[in-house]
Ligand binder design. Structure first.
Ligand SMILES: Cc1cc2nc3c(=O)[nH]c(=O)nc-3n(C[C@H](O)[C@H](O)[C@H](O)COP(=O)(O)OP(=O)(O)OC[C@H]3O[C@@H](n4cnc5c(N)ncnc54)[C@H](O)[C@@H]3O)c2cc1C
Length: 455
């Protein structure tokens, strides 16, 4: 007589086609964008609704199987990396989207792409602002789990600022609904936000209610070239005292040259740094705001600083900035950092990162959401070169320390995941780590949800 295995039991709990075990089919679910070493999953559940996720988590709890929640695996902190023998729970099939113009909300399945949510809102003249560079390929559930940021955060905030409600499947398989479509809700403890940014360690998000805002006015754009990153960073600090840009992005010479190699756009390869800013203030206020931004750049010693009133021309510079990530990825193996410092510490942080690059002999092109002090220091390793890998790891740790020394954080938007887990106690200290662990233990006493992430 053949014995029923736990995986057979799982198959029996879900409709046909939703449990995948063939290694060739589970392979695409092992890694996230970091490509860090991964284990082999026991199975992947391709959930189509909350009931599927409940069945999967209930089964995992009964059999003490670790669970790795997953959107589309664009994460840059190793959070969706499979651990050996785990159950990957993928939300990629949960893509329903419904916009409610009356309450200016959208209800989206966790697997809906961020761009699909934005497009659905735009059909009603509404806007979902958070815009991670991955918005065309990342899921809204992944954005909630990492509290994703992006280019417009400097004025419009991050994912959590738009989350009004969540459906979450807990580690024991229960489904809870937190918040909803009301702007005001002070009934009970504010548990909703506990799950935002929890990186799959407290539950699996199945449905998200998001706040929408009116579409912004067209933007006017600032373009400024500097001979040094320090001068550009000083211009950013000056701007933060005087204007409220809708985006303010920086690319150092390494990032500019990577983009030119990858997709030639006529950027100035010889300048030390490029700043691109935008204002979407209403009416003539946007030209006035960009004029102040130009003045701040000139006062900080810009080589050239000018305004572009044509939104199409401005968007070309935005595209150049968006190309920085993929362009730098093409240079080699990249350890992606997303440290964030108080904006007045930006000049110091940039100078210290340049010093880390020199001391470790490691290329570290930097592109940044400069307006909110969020720096993407991209540490480039030579593939297959052990010495380069060792120096890159040294640089990775040193850049995290720069952020802490500047009173900042080791992660502004990608999350701690598995890549920065060892450094988190240095930022939070023992008491805050302990509080976090106790919350995790209360919600997931068996410790099955995303082990190795955060703790
Ligand atoms: C080219 C590129 C540009 C990027 N730009 C940005 C940027 O500007 N800003 C930014 O913040 N990030 C950026 N990212 C990182 C990444 O896209 C975000 O972290 C995104 O939110 C991850 O979404 P995902 O669906 O791919 O999640 P995954 O990578 O699948 O998962 C990420 C984490 O969330 C957890 N998770 C996923 N879905 C759920 C769920 N439903 N319930 C519970 N936990 C879940 C996973 O376990 C994991 O810990 C970029 C990535 C790339 C490749």
């Amino acid at each position: 007589m053949t014995q029923t295995t736990p995986v057979d039991e799982l198959r029996g709990l879900l409709p046909a086609g939703r449990v995948v075990t063939d290694p060739a089919e589970t392979e695409p679910y092992r890694h996230d964008w970091t490509r860090m070493p991964a284990g082999r999953p026991l199975a992947v559940v391709l959930a189509e609704n909350a009931a599927d996720v409940q069945a999967a988590l209930g089964w995992a709890a009964r059999h003490r199987v670790p669970v790795v929640p997953r959107g589309t695996g664009t994460g840059l902190a190793g959070g969706a990396t499979a651990v050996e023998g785990c159950l990957v729970v993928s939300t990629e099939r949960m893509t329903a989207i419904e916009v409610d113009p009356a309450t200016r909300t959208v209800v989206a399945g966790a697997g809906a792409l961020t761009s699909a949510v934005k497009d659905a809102a735009a059909l009603h003249g509404l806007w979902y602002p958070p815009d991670p560079g991955s918005f065309r390929i990342s899921t809204i559930g992944g954005n909630v789990a990492t509290n994703a940021g992006g280019i417009c955060c400097v004025k419009y905030g991050v994912t959590t600022d738009y989350v009004m409600g969540l459906d979450v499947v807990l580690a024991d398989g229960r489904l809870v609904t937190l918040g909803g479509r009301t702007v005001k809700d002070v009934a009970g403890l504010s548990l909703l936000k506990l799950f935002v940014g929890s990186e799959g360690t407290l539950g699996v998000v199945t449905r998200v209610v998001l706040r929408l805002v009116p579409l912004p006015a067209p933007s006017a754009t600032l373009v400024a070239w500097f001979d040094s990153t320090r001068a550009a960073a000083e211009a950013v600090v000056a701007m933060s005292l005087r204007v409220r840009p809708s985006m303010l992005e920086l690319m150092d010479t390494g990032a500019v040259n990577a983009v030119e190699d990858f997709r030639p756009m006529g950027l100035d390869r010889d300048a030390g740094c490029l700043l691109v800013g935008q204002s979407d203030a209403p009416g003539t206020a946007r030209e006035a705001e960009v004029a102040v931004m130009v003045a701040c750049c000139e006062e900080a010693g810009a080589l050239r600083a000018y305004a572009l009133d044509d939104p199409v021309e401005g968007d070309l510079f935005l595209e150049a900035r968006r190309a920085a990530g993929p362009a730098i990825d093409a240079l080699g193996d990249v350890l992606a950092e997303d440290v964030c410092v108080p904006v007045d510490r930006l000049p110091v942080a940039m100078a210290r990162i340049e010093a880390v690059a020199a001391a470790t002999g490691t290329p570290i092109p930097v592109f940044a959401h400069a307006g909110d002090g969020n720096l993407h220091a991209a540490i480039v390793r030579t593939p297959g070169d052990e010495d380069s890998a060792r120096r890159a790891q040294e640089a990775f740790e040193a850049v995290l320390q720069v952020a802490l020394d500047c009173g900042g954080t080791i992660s502004g938007e990608h999350g701690v995941g598995r890549t920065k887990v060892g450094v988190l106690p240095r930022q939070l200290g023992p008491d805050v780590m302990d509080v976090g662990r106790r919350v995790r233990d209360a919600l997931d006493p068996l410790g099955i949800l995303n082990p190795g992430v955060l703790w």
